[in-house]
Design a protein around this ligand. Structure first.
Ligand code: CAA
Length: 253
């Protein structure tokens, strides 16, 4: 690794203009990473606004459009990123959606779209960068899962299945690339104050919060802090693991 390489790590965060993703981008940029926020083409306006905000704050950030549920879109987006920056050292797979319904009411599209965005995206995006990280002998991959991938949640068979799958992907890939200096971990947030949780009906949301020992939802930067810890050069001996950031909602080891 040359001095220049270690001076500025390049980090790509998918879902980088969303609630948790934006906080991760900001945290990493503040810690000295060059950050690229991936966003869905439909989020163009939000992405441009975020970029302006980050530039105003003096952060080293950029944005990159792409659909994580499409392999070809990810390949196209990755090519542009690699042409511009040469490599990606850190990948945070954060893009995610919900389509909450009980299984009896869930349509095939609601099942497939959640599996595509929340789980198949890990294949689509990670495939674009894993060779580069392995060849360079350094990489940090952090996959954002969920407390509901560990405990299951009423109304989320699609989301819980996808997020549980994220753990399987993480544990398997960690073994494959450990000897190449690439670590692969997952972070499982609990309920975080974002647009995603604002969509939960208020009475259900209130009932969920009452079950959280900390008695509140998390703030996005409480998740971002843990992600940035795993992205640090010094976190090189942590791989294949999962860190819960759930306020005690699901306590396990
Ligand atoms: N456990 C057991 N029974 C429950 C229940 C629960 N948690 N919640 C509702 N029920 C019961 C209701 O009392 C009702 O019973 P009756 O039929 O006897 O009246 C029945 O189940 C309702 O079933 P429906 O199929 O009609 O469900 P619904 O349309 O009322 O609501 C839902 C379904 C939209 C999924 C709603 O329950 C909901 O929004 N739940 C919240 C899901 C959730 O936590 N989402 C997280 C989003 S944020 C996120 O995902 C981020 C993250 O990583 C944490």
């Amino acid at each position: 690794m040359t001095k220049k390489d270690t001076a500025k790590r390049v980090a790509l965060v998918t879902g980088g203009v969303g609630g948790i993703g934006s906080a991760i981008c900001k945290e990493l940029a503040t810690k000295g990473f060059k950050v690229i926020a991936g966003y869905h083409p439909a989020e163009e306006q939000t992405a441009q606004e975020r970029l302006k905000e980050w530039k105003r704050e003096g952060l080293d950030a950029d944005i990159a459009s792409g659909d994580v549920s499409s392999f070809s879109s990810c390949a196209e987006s990755a090519k542009k990123i690699l042409d511009k920056y040469g490599h990606v050292d850190v990948l945070v797979n954060c893009a995610g959606i919900t389509r909450d319904k009980t299984l009896r009411k869930m349509s095939e599209d609601e099942w497939q779209s959640v599996l595509n965005v929340d789980l198949n995206s890990l294949f689509n995006v990670t495939k674009q960068f894993i060779d580069g990280m392995s060849d360079r002998g350094f990489g940090r991959i952090v996959n954002i899962s969920s407390v509901n991938g560990k405990k299951g949640q009423f109304g989320q068979t699609n989301y819980s299945a996808a997020k549980a799958g994220v753990h399987g992907f993480t544990m398997a890939l960690a073994q494959e690339v450990a000897r190449k200096g690439v670590t692969v971990n997952s972070v499982s947030p609990g309920y975080v104050e974002t647009a995603m949780t604002k969509a939960i009906p208020p009475e259900i949301s209130k009932q969920i919060v009452s079950q959280i020992p900390l008695n509140r939802m998390a703030q996005p930067d409480e998740i971002a802090y843990v992600v940035s810890f795993l992205c640090d050069d010094r976190a090189g001996y942590i791989t294949g693991t999962n860190i819960s950031v759930n306020g005690g909602l699901f306590i396990s080891f």
